[in-house]
Design a protein around this ligand. Sequence first.
Ligand code: NAP
Ligand code: G4F
Length: 324
Amino acid sequence: MGSKNALITGITGQDGAYLARLLLEKGYTVYGVHARRSTDTLWRLRYLGIDNEIRLIPADITDLSSLVRSMEQSRAQEVYNLAAQSFVGSSWNQAILTAQVTGVGVVNLLEAVRIVNPTARFYQASTSEMFGLIQESMQSESTPFYPRSPYGVAKLYGHWIAVNYRESFGMHTSSGILFNHESPLRGIEFVTRKVTDAAARIKQGKQKELRLGNIDAKRDWGFAGDYVEAMWLMLQQERPDDYVVATGVTTTVRDMCRIAFEHVGLNYEEHVVIDPQFYRPAEVDVLLGNPAKAQRQLGWSAKTPLQTLITMMVDADMARVRRE
Ligand code: NAP
Ligand code: G4F
């Protein structure tokens, strides 16, 4: 195990940071595709105390030649494609960018793998957003897709091109159809972190209200730290395949708010203001995943209940806000 090399795109994101830590713990040499930005993007790797252990390669998922060099330099046997414009809300304002990064980016990386080392195992970060307007009350690997956002449409391309390279070229490509997963490292634009950060700020007198959109939407939320284990397990299987990764429990945004605010002794109803600017042009009303296949074939199941997850996030935000 000790001699494996892994390449992670999206290493500066929530999942990239947790996956990098997991692979380091398993003895991998971890390389990360690092897209140039004018702001600091390494804060998550620092938060986990692993920033000095990662070998960063300057590259971009939209730039094939930089991905070829990343494959050559890393000599990776396992490639995890987590890079994306991942915020659904922004995808209507930046539909073409989302298509290029979240959709075409996948085939760029698959091509780089095919050119440099076609035997490398490949993980694609697929998403429950592909189910969108759900066609079955509980979504599994066989549920038909019906994406509802430019993000969901781009991810659907990424999903099918990964399947296609498996079937066309015999490549070891697996997709994890992951339902929402959160953590203290979640971006502030996503609803859980927006809520836990606001609960902390309101509690400490630094914010008065929290403006939200559709709080009747339901999501199947798990902990990112649990979900990266499923990614790794997929690439340890003899045969590549696709897996739903979820908790099997769905909860409204409203109830998630209640949990967060109650944890600091507040009533969310006194602070949440509904603001139509956060409504989406087309909403995914409810998601609920069936993780039976991942449980059966990977031996994976979600370990962290929503209450534990949200209180962990509120505690982290309370500490952050106190330090400010
Ligand atoms: P995230 O925190 O938004 O991270 C996205 C990563 O992609 C960041 O490292 C970002 O780099 C990188 N990236 C963006 N544009 C890039 C480009 N042009 N070239 C190279 N890298 C680029 O997302 P996450 O929550 O960790 O999710 C990881 C993956 O899983 C994503 O593909 C997401 O769509 C998918 N997914 C997430 C969930 C979830 O609930 N979290 C569920 C299903 C699927 P910068 O830091 O430099 O911007
Ligand atoms: O936290 P969200 O922005 O996550 P969303 O749209 O479900 O997408 C996340 O999960 C997907 C997996 O299903 C990933 F593929 C994707 O990359 C991302 O990680 O919104 C969750 C729900 C939505 O229904 C949204 O309309 O919360 C609702 N919501 C209500 N008020 C809000 C807000 N969402 C955000 N971000 N901000 C609000 O003020």
